[in-house]
Write a protein that binds this ligand. Structure first.
Ligand code: HEC
Ligand code: HEC
Ligand code: HEC
Ligand code: HEC
Length: 483
């Protein structure tokens, strides 16, 4: 029952949005010349445009409607702009989405899940929700990041910010689906031969990953994605186009496409692999934008002579060339203003030490290690965020300084300058008085890739490879031997 009434809402919302889209199509003809330039730059930014002719139309014209998809944003409002990884983030993605909205007659916008932060950061969630709401998504799959917020929070976001969450295979304690299983978008365009219905549903993996979070394990029942998808395809029988948001691995998404006929596009949204070319699985198109939210996928579509949808894929990297939407950056700075000096987001992966020490304190007894450490990037980590003007963003401080928000940890450069770097304790969970108290430091074995990856995450350090990075920080050359 609940699902049905939500579905009704979705239709109402979609009609309103359709009118808005028609309005912008009018605006388009008035500013045709300027837009031609924008189109050219869109083309230049595309890292790949793969024409996939299912019917007889080989390429996508700019007059075609477009289905935009992304996934795995991981709560990033504004990308750090680091040379190591300048891509991704809500603000850049929104910039590109708005380019599409200005230049295409019709945009359908979906996200495959994990738009929200994976760690507790209620202030960020609030600002991001405002942004997502304004971005006017057609459907948002629930990913494990969203489930990590808790069911109450999800429903609150749905209510307060009108976020169109969908998930067809998770039920709450009462046996009801946690959110609507699908939305139906009615669109109209000459390229589609008139009015058409697009049905979008979502499923989440029942396997792998650390979800549902411990506290939800008893409460949430995760059903088979394949069974749920079969049901959805039945429910969406009246739609001209059926899209599945598959918050699953590529293999699981392939299986979904294989096992459930009647889905036109499966958007895989929880796998590292980027599919630069779409895959065909039977009659179904499979696409995947990889992890870290660095890519916006665009499927231009039309309806072929036989009534079947036809697609052409463009994958655009949200690189330095893509301008952020100014309003989304305003949102980011408003977030920073509110989050500054508040207790920082929960960072339960960071090494926990009882007493934070200046590297100089350790250096008194370990001069060679201190000397070598001083030459590494870890010794200059605060400088990097200061140079980019992001020193008030608590999330940047979390990795670029030590112990933010913890007793005795980093407070500010004025008060605790000695902790404004990745100190010895980033890697050695050792108290400074360990020698005096005759506590032998943890065995070396505790330094492993997992420890590094608490800071060298997929967004900030996408090229991280333990065996390439470790030699760069070792206190002595690898071949120097150990005593
Ligand atoms: C008062 C001198 C002193 C200070 C200060 C000191 N250490 Fe040590 N540290 C020692 C001595 C002595 C040893 C070797 C003794 C041992 O093996 O138990 C040692 C050993 C170590 C080891 C090597 C353990 C191994 O497996 O070989 C590490 C790592 C280490 N210290 C890290 C640190 C860090 C990090 C700090 C600062 C938070 C620090 N030390 C501060 C004296 C000190
Ligand atoms: C407390 C967080 C933290 C931990 C833990 C950490 N790093 Fe880093 N690391 C950083 C930050 C922040 C930078 C970027 C510094 C800057 O601003 O230039 C960095 C930079 C580096 C760089 C320089 C990269 C480059 O291309 O210049 C190397 C190499 C590196 N880390 C290796 C490691 C290894 C290996 C480990 C684990 C043994 C590790 N790090 C653990 C935070 C951390
Ligand atoms: C999860 C931990 C983490 C967070 C959060 C983080 N960084 Fe970093 N940052 C790193 C690591 C690790 C590197 C080194 C990456 C590499 O070289 O592989 C890095 C590198 C950088 C660099 C490049 C330094 C150089 O010159 O090579 C800049 C600039 C930077 N970060 C800025 C930021 C800003 C701004 C934020 C906040 C929006 C931020 N970082 C948040 C971990 C983090
Ligand atoms: C980015 C991670 C990282 C940082 C930061 C770091 N170390 Fe180390 N340290 C290591 C690794 C890795 C080893 C070698 C252990 C191994 O090979 O298993 C090591 C080894 C040591 C040892 C043992 C030396 C031996 O006999 O092999 C000492 C002592 C030490 N570090 C002290 C320090 C001090 C003091 C600082 C700060 C000035 C520091 N380390 C900063 C990663 C780090």
């Amino acid at each position: 029952m609940r699902a049905k009434s939500l579905h009704g809402h979705a239709l109402l919302r979609d009609r309103a949005r359709l009118r808005a889209a028609e309005g912008s199509a009018l605006g388009r003809s008035r500013t045709g010349v300027r837009l031609a330039g924008a189109l050219a730059s869109l083309g230049a930014m595309a890292i790949l445009a793969a024409a996939l002719a299912v019917g007889c139309e080989p390429t996508a014209g700019h007059d075609r409607p477009v289905l935009l998809f992304s996934s795995d944003n991981q709560g990033v409002l504004a990308a750090c702009g680091c040379p190591s990884n300048p891509t991704g983030g809500f603000a850049k993605r929104q910039g590109l989405i708005e380019d599409y909205r200005r230049t295409r007659p019709l945009v359908v916008l979906v996200d495959g899940g994990d738009l929200m932060p994976t760690r507790t950061n209620p202030i960020k969630v609030k600002y991001l929700a405002q942004g997502i709401s304004r971005a006017a998504y057609d459907a948002l799959a629930l990913g494990d990041a969203e489930f990590g917020l808790g069911l109450d929070a999800i429903r609150e976001l749905e209510r307060e910010y009108k976020l169109p969450y969908v998930c067809a295979n998770v039920r709450d304690a009462s046996g009801a689906l946690v959110v609507a299983p699908h939305v139906i978008r009615e669109v109209s365009s000459p390229k589609l031969g008139g009015a058409r219905k697009i049905g979008i549903f979502a499923v989440i993996t029942p396997t792998d990953y650390d979800w549902p979070p411990q506290k939800w394990r008893e409460e949430l029942k995760v059903e088979s994605p394949v069974e749920a998808a079969k049901r959805e395809v039945g429910e969406l029988a009246g739609c001209d186009v059926v899209v599945a948001l598959s918050h699953q691995t590529l293999e699981e998404s392939r299986e979904l496409a294989r096992a459930v006929p009647g889905i036109h596009v499966v958007i895989c949204a929880h796998d590292r692999k980027i599919l630069r070319q779409p895959e065909k699985v039977g009659e179904t198109l499979l696409v995947c934008a990889g992890e870290g939210g660095g890519i916006l996928g665009a499927l231009a579509f039309g309806i072929g002579l036989g009534g079947q949808p036809e697609w052409a894929l463009t994958m655009t990297e949200l690189s330095a060339h893509v301008a952020e939407a100014p309003w989304a950056m305003d949102l980011y700075w408003a977030y920073v203003k509110e989050a500054k000096d508040k207790p920082p987001p929960d960072w339960n992966l960071a090494p926990l030490v009882t007493t934070y020490a200046a590297t100089e304190a350790c250096g008194k007894c370990h001069p060679p290690e201190y000397k070598q450490w001083s030459t590494t990037a870890h010794a200059r980590s605060y400088e990097s965020i200061r140079k980019t003007g992001r020193q008030d963003d608590p999330e940047c401080l979390l990795c670029h300084t030590m112990g933010l928000g913890r007793k005795g940890g980093f407070v500010s450069m004025a008060r605790t300058p000695e902790l404004g770097r990745a100190t010895c304790q980033a890697c050695h969970i050792v108290a400074p008085d360990h020698a005096v108290r005759k506590i032998k430091p943890e065995p070396r074995i505790n330094i492993n890739s997992r420890l590094c990856m608490s800071c060298h995450g997929v967004i900030q350090s996408p090229d991280f490879d333990y065996y390439v990075y470790k030699p760069k920080i070792l206190h002595r050359p690898l071949d120097a031997g150990k005593k």
